[in-house]
Unconditional design. Sequence first.
Length: 61
Amino acid sequence: MIEEIRNKLNIVNPALINPEKFKNANQDDIADMHRFVMSKDTFSPSEVTAIADELGNLRHN
């Protein structure tokens, strides 16, 4: 799901959103984020930033 989110957002540096870093993250939260991202066709720059920030909060280092 993380890879699909990353691809849909067209992240310039995809290495910043590494799916391996989300293995222990709450899967329900990731699924919610995935549903939201996949439901939209386009994103404003501020939306991309907000989604990336939220993914950062979900990530476990």
